[in-house]
Design a protein. Structure first.
Length: 164
């Protein structure tokens, strides 16, 4: 039983750690050294389904896949469970960012969830900055409390959060 609890804790730790990795890499790599790959994601008009920014999916998948493979090779050790956490975060990132927020697949269009509305609002605030500098809200799942307060202060009918 404690072995299962340990594995679940490793998965949750890796998943949670990925939010910090996502925030740091988004702020300092995507809006820094690797802006050339990320800048098309901040343009108002898209010229197709894929963006240069989608290469980050491949870049961030490598550590998760490597951890899974090395973990399997070494008897399903802790690396395997770290890889599960990383890959699960990648799945959640895809579902929240690409499907829910940007509607690249037209499902999950509406939600009454305050948390999901806050995520969408924070991301909208991130995208109001079209350039490399002066950005805000670089994470994905952690939302600053000001967006919850903003939603709470407005009535349900007054707030409209369009998807870009």
């Amino acid at each position: 039983m404690e072995n299962i609890i340990l594995k679940i804790m490793i998965i949750l730790f890796a998943f949670s750690g990925m939010e910090a990795v996502a925030w740091l890499s988004h702020k300092y790599l995507m809006h820094g050294l690797l802006w050339k790959l990320h800048k098309d994601h901040h343009k108002k008009e898209l010229y197709g389904f894929f963006e240069h920014n989608d290469f980050f999916f491949l870049i961030f998948a490598i550590p998760g896949i490597a951890a899974l493979l090395f973990g399997i090779h070494n008897g399903y050790n802790y690396l395997f469970w770290i890889g599960i956490g990383i890959c699960f975060y990648g799945l959640m990132y895809f579902l929240v960012h690409d499907v829910f927020i940007h509607q690249r697949i037209k499902i999950f269009r509406r939600s009454d969830s305050v948390y999901l509305k806050a995520i969408r609002r924070a991301h909208k605030m991130h995208h109001k900055h079209l350039g490399m500098k002066d950005g805000e809200c670089f994470g994905m799942l952690w939302v600053p409390f000001k967006y919850f307060r903003e939603l709470k202060s407005k009535s349900k009918n007054e707030i409209s959060i369009p998807v870009h």
